[in-house]
Each structure stands twice: as structure tokens, then as C-alpha cells.
Design a binder for this molecule. Structure first.
Ligand SMILES: [Zn+2]
Ligand SMILES: [Zn+2]
Ligand SMILES: [Zn+2]
Length: 147
């Protein structure tokens, strides 16, 4: 699968290259699902010396630059994924028990909604569509408990 280039992405966003930014960005590019700050920290592991505060600071600079998409969840945990041309806006499924977040395919419906907005009326910066419920393994576990 085609992926964004770390150096080009940072350059286009006007962000200087730091070891920490490169580590967080490469983790998000390689990820096959949205990650929260804790996930990113675990995945970077010993590759690079980074703490949670730095991860948040890097993510904040990425969000401001439009590199990543922020997906808030009902438990207050925020997930991040690439906001590039390889990953167009799509809805997500959030499991309220194991607190996992999965990407759902884009139905192109977001673009249809935006057609109702006349140019100049609003500058949309993000769309968040979350479906919440129980994932497959949590449904199974729940059934076992209630029997
Ligand atoms: Zn990309
Ligand atoms: Zn679950
Ligand atoms: Zn996603």
C-alpha cells in the first residue's frame, strides 16, 4: 500500500524534523487502526526516548498542521490517524467496553452533507462520526456473563 513520506509530510506542514516527530509520524503511518497517545508510546518503545508529554505535544502540532485527524471518544480518550489522501474521512466504531476504535469504510456520505453548505458559510475543519456499541469479543464475553 502506498504511504506518505515522513520527510515530505513534515516539510509540507512547515514543521522542522525532530527525532520525536519522525517517530510519532512513522508510527501513525504504519498503523492499521487509529491510535491513542498510550498506543503510540508503546509502539515507539525503545526506538526513541520519548515521554507521554512529548507525544501529546507532537500530536498537537500535527493536528494544528492538519497532518492527523483527532477522533474523540465518549470516555475522554482521543485517538489519532493520518489525515492524508490515502485515508479519506470515514466513520468509526467504538466499543464502550474494551474501548477499542475501528475504522469503517467511507460511504461518501460526508461529502453529500457538505454539499448543503454554501461556499463561505462555514469552513469545515473536521467531521467526527462515531458509532458506539459492543465489539465482537465483548458481545461474546457479555453473553457468557449473563447466562
Ligand atoms: Zn498518506
Ligand atoms: Zn470490545
Ligand atoms: Zn479511521
Amino acid at each position: 500500500m502506498e504511504h506518505c513520506d515522513i520527510r515530505t509530510t513534515l516539510e509540507n506542514a512547515g514543521l522542522s524534523k525532530t527525532v520525536q516527530r519522525e517517530a510519532v509520524l512513522s508510527t501513525l503511518i504504519r498503523a492499521d487502526l487509529p491510535l491513542c497517545a498510550r498506543d503510540i508510546l508503546v509502539r515507539i518503545g525503545r526506538e526513541c526516548r520519548i515521554n507521554k508529554v512529548t507525544v501529546y505535544r507532537v500530536l498537537d502540532s500535527f493536528r494544528t498542521a492538519g497532518i492527523v485527524r483527532e477522533i474523540p471518544t465518549e470516555h475522554g480518550e482521543t485517538f489519532y490517524e493520518m489525515a492524508c489522501r490515502h485515508n479519506p474521512t470515514h466513520p468509526h466504531f467504538y466499543c464502550r467496553i474494551c474501548r477499542s476504535l475501528a475504522c469503517l469504510p467511507s460511504a461518501g456520505i460526508e461529502q453529500k452533507w457538505l454539499q448543503g453548505i454554501r461556499p463561505g458559510d462555514a469552513a469545515i475543519e473536521s467531521v467526527v462520526i462515531n458509532f458506539t456499541g459492543l465489539c465482537k469479543s465483548c458481545q461474546k464475553r457479555n453473553r457468557t456473563v449473563s447466562v
